[in-house]
Design a protein around this ligand. Structure first.
Ligand SMILES: [Fe+2]
Length: 373
């Protein structure tokens, strides 16, 4: 048996943001909390949304969110939601805004989760969370359709990973025109973030025919359209966004894997940018995982080369990273060799490793990190 995770409604395409007013009205919302980040607010993206809402519904904006969101961000967002009696959250941004929105949406209707740490693990809140409309502005999160969130517990140096089907956003609006303001290196690295999700899903021990279908289509769409998307081809960028959305559905079925787990360790230790640490780790993690499935992966990428399929894939990804000047060396992101043991311990503490979904031992992790430095 498989449980398909999806939004109730997904708009995907240029200018699909214009649907936001109809969506809000269809949910009978009286007051909205818009969760976004400071930069998007400054760039005028938030104003664009507010203008479309055209004063037909009240709103309040919260934009004080870290790149790697933490417990304080969730508490602040929840406080504003409760104080203002909001009945709908619009999450506008990358994974950070969407993850904070998912957490706040649960706590608003389920007070027993007000201690954010209690959101760790597989949770089943009694009451339905308030609905979330997710509007991703990067093309790497898949968070607009996924059933999990990741929040930093800075005090305990750990990541809270919550999994819950009730927090899948009601509606997602995926409008590639919102990516126009993103710096190129952020846009590129978030594409590798999406590609990582799809590969982690396809290689997961919990993958199933349904998640494989999403993951393979996702890999194909992201990889084949990446070059043109970066060169501002609108059709290609739309296809990359679709690919990342499919990755989000696939990874909700299968769980994520070692690239994201190690990336979380680096974020905890150095506050690295999520997309860049995923991109750097991707070839090194693949290099340590044996799988017969690489044949399918290089096939859907459109690569026609004879030889060891794993090596072909690793080299392709490294070449692509180098083409876009994205580092595959963790030391260039600020990581130190002397911290490898600590980084490995942080990774072993991840829920997915502890519950056996990702089968990896400390030696494997240490070897990957050494190679990636
Ligand atoms: Fe990610």
């Amino acid at each position: 048996m498989y449980d398909l995770i999806d939004n109730r409604l997904t708009h995907l395409g240029y200018d699909s943001i214009n649907n936001i007013l109809n969506d809000v009205l269809s949910l009978n919302s009286k007051k909205i909390l818009i969760i976004t980040d400071y930069t998007l607010n400054q760039l005028g993206i938030t104003k664009k949304i507010v203008d479309i809402l055209d004063k037909k519904v009240e709103y309040v904006i919260f934009d004080d969110i870290k790149t790697n969101p933490n417990i304080k961000n969730v508490k602040d967002a929840t406080y504003i939601a409760l104080e203002n009696k909001v009945d709908l959250i619009i999450a506008l941004g990358g994974g950070s805004a969407i993850d904070v929105a998912k957490c706040a949406s649960i706590i608003v209707t389920n007070e027993e989760y007000k201690n954010v740490i209690s959101l760790d693990g597989s949770i089943n809140p009694k009451n339905n969370p308030i609905p979330v409309i997710a509007i991703p502005t990067t093309c790497g999160t898949g968070g607009e359709v996924s059933n999990f969130f990741v929040i930093s517990d800075d005090e305990n140096q750990k990541k809270i990973v919550g999994v819950c089907d009730k927090i899948v956003p009601f509606i997602s609006i995926i409008d590639p025109s919102l990516a126009a303001t993103l710096p190129k290196n952020i846009l590129i690295s978030t594409m590798f973030d999406g590609l990582s999700y799809a590969l982690e899903s396809y290689l997961s021990t919990k993958s199933c025919p349904l998640s494989d279908m999403y993951a393979l289509n996702s890999i194909s769409l992201i990889y084949k359209n990446m070059d043109n998307a970066i060169n501002e081809d609108k059709d290609a960028l739309e296809k990359v966004y679709l690919g990342v959305h499919l990755a989000g559905i696939g990874v909700s079925l299968s769980g994520f894997g070692l690239v994201h787990i190690l990336s979380q360790s680096l974020e905890m230790k150095y506050d690295t940018f999520h997309g860049l640490s995923n991109a750097a780790l991707l070839p090194h993690v693949i290099n340590r995982i044996e799988s017969k499935k690489y044949k399918d992966v290089i096939s859907v990428m459109g690569i026609n080369k004879e030889g060891n399929t794993k090596e072909i894939l690793v080299n392709e990804i490294k070449e692509k990273l180098s083409k876009y000047s994205i580092s595959s060396k963790l030391s260039e992101l600020g990581a130190n060799r002397e911290d490898i043991q600590e980084l490995a311990d942080l990774a072993l503490n991840c829920l997915y490793v502890k519950n056996g979904l990702v089968k990896v031992n400390k030696d494997d992790i240490i070897n990957i990190l050494y190679e990636a430095m």
